[in-house]
Design a protein around this ligand. Structure first.
Ligand code: AR6
Length: 261
């Protein structure tokens, strides 16, 4: 376990974040009932896919402030201007410092459903991918999902293009943009599964789904087993369990942002 400390904040590296495989062993995740019907998503699958240890070792769900992660790339929930805002965008710009804003000014914004990459300045990660999720439209769910999936897929493509092997996603669009977490999680998981099983999937070592609020913790706990079902194997040693960082148990909501909702 290696922790670094930047300005009093504990920085966590990708290898320290428990994978889905480990979460099953620790009973933090459990298999969905065999007769579970998958939520219909644009990318599928339509039923629970076969278990894969390789995939489960490379996907993680972790509750944290994304600005504390020393991964190759973190994914920001930005807006089309790319010039900062509230929520996780505000937290990332505050922690990265002025240099990030100056670089973002040169990017000419970004289309909804897509993403652009920058340096990370004072953040402990190497790169920031700025994805522009949709404002959720309950009257046109399919368009919202297409745009959300576009953010996840483009971010993973950018990560590969820039040799980022570990990538941490914030729960795009599920805050100020109003995408319900129980609908966003299946869309995100289907896009990540599709990418990891595709031609460039082996160029990514770890995808971390960063949760912040309980609603997203609950959504991923429910839906990860639909897309990354457990592989049956032996029990965990206590030694491994003791190596894990403790998972925050209280809500990590920024009080300023909570007040705005
Ligand atoms: N670390 C990880 N996740 C966080 C953090 C954090 N420090 N802070 C919030 N979240 P939101 P959106 C979670 O509202 O819905 C901005 O103004 C939060 O709990 O940040 O895509 C932009 O500039 C939620 O699950 O992004 C845009 O205008 C998730 O991050 C607009 O908000 C996304 O919530 C984008 O809205």
């Amino acid at each position: 376990m290696s922790f670094r400390h930047i300005a009093k904040m504990t920085v966590l590296e990708a290898a320290d974040i428990p994978s889905v495989s480990l979460l099953y062993k620790l009973h933090k995740l459990s298999a969905a009932p065999a007769d579970t019907k998958l939520v219909k998503t644009l990318l599928g699958p339509t039923e629970i896919p076969p278990p894969s240890k390789s995939l489960n070792d490379r996907v993680a769900v972790y509750r944290a402030d994304i600005t504390s992660l020393a991964v190759d790339a973190i994914v920001n929930a930005a807006n089309r201007s790319l010039l900062g805002g509230g929520g996780v965008d505000g937290a990332i710009h505050r922690a990265a410092g002025r240099g990030l804003y100056e670089e973002c000014k040169k990017l000419n914004g970004c289309k909804t459903g897509s993403a652009k990459i920058t340096d990370a300045y004072d953040l402990p990660c190497n790169r920031v991918i700025h994805a522009v999720g949709p404002v959720y439209d309950p009257a046109d769910h399919d368009t919202s999902e297409k745009l959300l999936v576009g953010c996840y897929t483009t971010s993973l493509e950018l990560a590969v293009e820039h040799e980022c092997r570990t990538i941490a996603f914030s729960a795009l669009s599920t805050g100020i943009y109003g995408y319900p977490s129980r609908e966003a999680a299946p869309a995100a998981l289907s896009a990540i599964r599709k990418f990891l099983t595709g031609k460039d999937g082996d160029k990514i070592d770890k995808v971390i789904l960063v949760t912040f609020e309980k609603k997203d913790v609950d959504a991923y706990t429910e839906f990860v087993p639909h897309y990354f079902p457990p592989v049956s194997e032996g029990s965990t040693s206590d030694a491994v369990a003791q190596e894990l960082p403790s998972v925050p148990t209280s809500d990590l909501v920024d009080p300023e942002e909570a007040d705005k909702r």
